[in-house]
Design a protein around this ligand. Structure first.
Ligand SMILES: Cc1cc2nc3c(=O)[nH]c(=O)nc-3n(C[C@H](O)[C@H](O)[C@H](O)COP(=O)(O)O)c2cc1C
Length: 277
């Protein structure tokens, strides 16, 4: 299932694949990272004992801004609660199917409680930078958990749909003021009866990597090269409906309705006590 480094580079980049070598000792980690794929078909089987704690240890090993550790995670395993979440995130069946759903939370509530215990102010919490910091911390932690899960032979898929109805999600998860669910992560054993998830192509490095100064692309060809064709070929291979990536991107963000409720996010964040100031 896992492919060697040169092959994964070639799947990611097609003819734009950089010719990269790595010391043998680095290969297992690099190969695992480059083999990442989101999985959307799971067995319902429970995960081996200790899996959740191992994922959290990996998550807590991520770097964290000023060591504030401004995130938390709610592990949801009860089938009826996963079923409720599956509905709230836009009827995503994998949330119901897999045994574990992790809701990643930007969490400044712990900092506020610490200030209270010490009878101090925590005015910094009322600024956008602290909200961003908590979101960044949670995202870095979650990605470490993804890598750990993949190392354990498990599959994962992030669930941004957790922000579609944040108030209902917060109620289900029981999150207090100062805590905001930013995305979910489904974790489970990939279903061997389903088509295996495939490594998905990415933009050429020239699109994302700028040296010394940002270079603004001048036209579509300059911007994304042959990526529409490469992703189109991937979609055809996977039996997915064909649509040009450059158009998908624009459609996804065309108007407020395309955000599926997330156009209300700033109000929801503020109601949850996370500041945008
Ligand atoms: C923050 C975030 C939210 C996502 N939300 C969803 C989601 O709600 N449902 C889903 O099926 N995939 C979701 N994805 C997965 C992306 O669609 C996927 O990562 C992307 O298409 C690239 O595919 P790959 O992960 O297989 O390389 C999300 C990914 C991220 C990083």
């Amino acid at each position: 299932m896992s492919v060697p480094l040169p092959e994964s580079l070639s799947i990611r980049y097609g003819t734009h694949a950089p010719n990269l070598q790595a010391p043998d000792a680095a290969l297992p980690v690099l190969e695992q990272i480059l083999n990442h794929r989101s999985v959307r078909h799971f067995l319902p089987d429970a995960l081996p004992e200790g899996t959740l704690e191992m994922l959290v240890a990996a998550a807590q090993s991520a770097a964290t801004s000023s060591n504030l550790q401004a995130w938390s995670v709610v592990a949801v395993e009860a089938p009826e609660r996963r079923a409720q979440l599956a509905e709230l995130v836009g009827q995503q069946k994998h949330v119901r199917q897999a045994p574990l759903f992790l809701a990643w939370l930007a969490d400044v509530s712990r900092i506020e409680r610490l200030a209270q215990y010490q009878q101090q102010r925590a005015e910094g919490v009322q600024y956008l930078d602290t909200t961003l910091l908590a979101v960044i911390d949670a995202a870095l932690a979650a990605q470490n958990a993804v890598l750990a899960a993949e190392a354990l032979g498990l599959g994962t898929v992030y669930i941004g749909g957790l922000r579609n109805q944040p108030e209902a999600v917060a109620e289900l998860l029981g999150t207090p003021a100062g805590v905001f669910p930013i995305f979910g992560l489904v974790v489970g054993r990939p279903d061997p009866a389903a088509r295996p998830a495939a490594i998905k192509p990415r933009l050429a490095q020239s699109a994302v990597l700028h040296r010394e100064r940002y270079q603004v692309a001048q036209n579509l060809e300059d911007e994304i090269g042959d990526f529409d064709q490469r992703l189109g070929a991937f979609q055809a291979e996977q039996g997915m409906p064909a649509s040009a990536w450059s158009q998908q991107v624009v459609t996804r963000l065309r108007d407020a309705a395309a955000l599926h409720g997330r156009d209300q996010l700033s109000q929801s964040l503020q109601r949850a006590g996370l500041s945008l100031r």
